[in-house]
Design a protein around this ligand. Structure first.
Ligand SMILES: CC(C)(COP(=O)(O)OP(=O)(O)OC[C@H]1O[C@@H](n2cnc3c(N)ncnc32)[C@H](O)[C@@H]1OP(=O)(O)O)[C@@H](O)C(=O)NCCC(=O)NCCS
Length: 149
């Protein structure tokens, strides 16, 4: 796996990866992804053809917008590597904590996040279109040397 920064010009390829990773109906379009990547504080990291993460830093806090690994590339550490890169990127941008939302029944993502030190700090009832709850997870970040403040 080779991780690289993903920008708005990669939005078409990122949308294809998102569609491969999530159920039909939950796919994010290329235009929406390109718009997000043009917003200040939003950044993307990807392994072309395999998976990507989008994250945003604002007001000293970071959040994961989405994380997607295509089925053929799973269980080889890519999701963990993308998350580690997103966490490092958030610390470099001056964030003190990372937040994310995950469906309560998403065992794969929950296993990944809890293994990375995230802890549950809240629950949004019936958050997803299928009626399932979202768990809100948080992890503190160590400031990176020379980070923005
Ligand atoms: C969640 C997802 C990103 C994980 O990607 P991945 O590349 O397979 O993750 P990794 O190989 O880095 O796995 C790291 C750890 O996560 C946990 N994990 C990953 N997949 C798992 C599964 N199917 N069941 C249980 N635990 C799992 C394990 O603890 C794993 O460590 P291990 O392989 O040593 O046991 C991937 O399954 C995916 O894209 N799912 C669909 C989209 C999604 O749910 N995104 C997150 C939305 S919040």
């Amino acid at each position: 796996m080779t991780l690289a920064a993903a920008g708005a010009a990669d939005a078409g390829a990122l949308a294809a990866l998102h569609a491969a990773a999530f159920p039909p109906g939950e796919a994010w379009g290329a235009d929406a992804i390109a718009l997000m990547l043009e917003l200040p504080g939003t950044y993307g990291i990807w392994s072309p053809g395999e998976g990507f993460v989008l994250a945003r830093v604002a007001g000293g806090e970071a959040e994961i917008l989405t994380l997607a690994v295509c089925p053929a590339a799973r269980r080889r550490g890519l999701g963990g590597a993308l998350m580690a890169a997103a966490l490092a990127g958030a610390a470099l941008r001056g964030a003190a904590a990372m937040f994310l939302e995950v469906a309560a029944g998403n065992a794969a993502a929950l296993g990944l996040y809890l293994g990375l030190g995230f802890a549950e700090v809240g629950r949004r009832r019936r958050y997803y279109p299928d009626g399932s709850d979202a768990l809100v997870l948080r992890r503190g970040l160590d400031p990176a040397p020379g980070a923005a403040s």
